[in-house]
Design a protein around this ligand. Structure first.
Ligand code: NAD
Length: 270
């Protein structure tokens, strides 16, 4: 039985994480935190998640919460590096799902791992999406550079960052397959007189609307045909279940910075 703290417990993902932890047979909810000043401080985390009273109140003191925990799962939209430092310096593993971390912040995660922390960081924790990363790498390698590649993502109208972390990762995977530099080839949207499409570019398009949980399509188009690979998430539970799988993986992992390719053992199948 491992003990889990959820950071950002009142958020859309935080509530599904709490619900999935309460539902799982092999873990228990040891704590739930929110940002200082949140109107949800003091609320019962289970009630917020729609699962009934669980006896864990949402607090703002992560350092106190981690004393009683094995792993911290963090899909919050702020203070991720500080929270990860608090968790890992207390000996907890950390699962981070927050997207839009800066390069400098990712470097700090790497440094923490080099100093002995166990961390899974993945912009998308769904099993299907991680297979999509794997398939895109394969398909890009097989089709070669004769195919124009475009990435389209759609998310709900409250999403703050664009393009999604998953769309960025899809483009990164394709860049790795083609030996391209991300910053040189990715075109975020197109507007105005941009001229004909160049050969080595990846178009990125972010759609926002309604309550869409997360759709991603990668299009490979050439004269006479196009191949489209699509993943659609219909519930946030897919990410929450993936995060719990990552937490289980960390319970026996060595120190390191991992992603879902490691958790799902897809890296060796490259
Ligand atoms: P949300 O706005 O509904 O929830 C974020 C929560 O974090 C809020 O309750 C906010 O108060 C809390 N928060 C902000 N700063 C905090 C701090 N310093 N300490 C504690 N709590 C803090 O957002 P969401 O839709 O739940 O998404 C959250 C993040 O997860 C986003 O970055 C999103 O892109 C990402 N996400 C990742 C995956 C994945 O599989 N990796 C899936 C879905 C969403």
């Amino acid at each position: 039985m491992f003990r889990v703290v959820i950071v950002g417990a009142a958020g859309r993902m935080g509530r599904r994480l709490v619900a999935n932890v309460l539902d799982a047979a092999d873990c228990e909810l040891a704590g739930a935190t929110e940002i200082v000043g949140s109107p949800f401080l003091g609320s019962d985390a289970g009630e917020l998640a729609g699962c009934g009273h669980c006896g864990v109140a949402v607090g703002d003191d992560l350092a106190a919460a981690v004393k009683n925990a094995d792993v911290v799962i963090n899909f919050s939209t702020g203070g991720v590096i500080e929270a990860t430092r608090t968790a890992t310096s207390a000996g907890c593993a950390a699962v981070i799902g927050t997207t839009a971390l800066e390069d400098g912040e990712k470097r700090q995660l790497r440094q923490m791992a080099d100093q002995g922390a166990r961390i899974v960081f993945a912009p998308n924790m769904s099993v299907g999406v991680n297979l999509l990363f794997h398939l895109c790498r394969e398909v890009a390698g097989i089709l070669g550079e004769d195919y124009d590649i475009e990435v389209i993502e759609m998310h709900h109208n409250q999403k703050k960052d664009a393009p999604s972390g998953t769309a960025v990762r899809l483009a990164e995977v394709i860049c790795e397959a083609h030996d391209w530099e991300y910053d040189e080839v990715v075109r975020n949207g197109r507007a105005g007189l941009v001229g004909a499409r160049t050969r080595n570019e990846i178009g990125m398009h972010a759609l926002r609307g309604g309550d869409v949980v997360g759709d991603h399509t990668v299009i490979f188009a050439t004269g006479g045909e196009r191949l489209e690979l699509t993943h659609k998430a219909s519930s946030r539970d897919t990410f929450a279940r993936g995060a719990l799988r990552a937490a289980r993986f960390l319970m026996t992992a060595e120190a390191g910075l991992y992603d879902m390719q490691d958790v799902l053992n897809l890296r060796e199948r490259k």
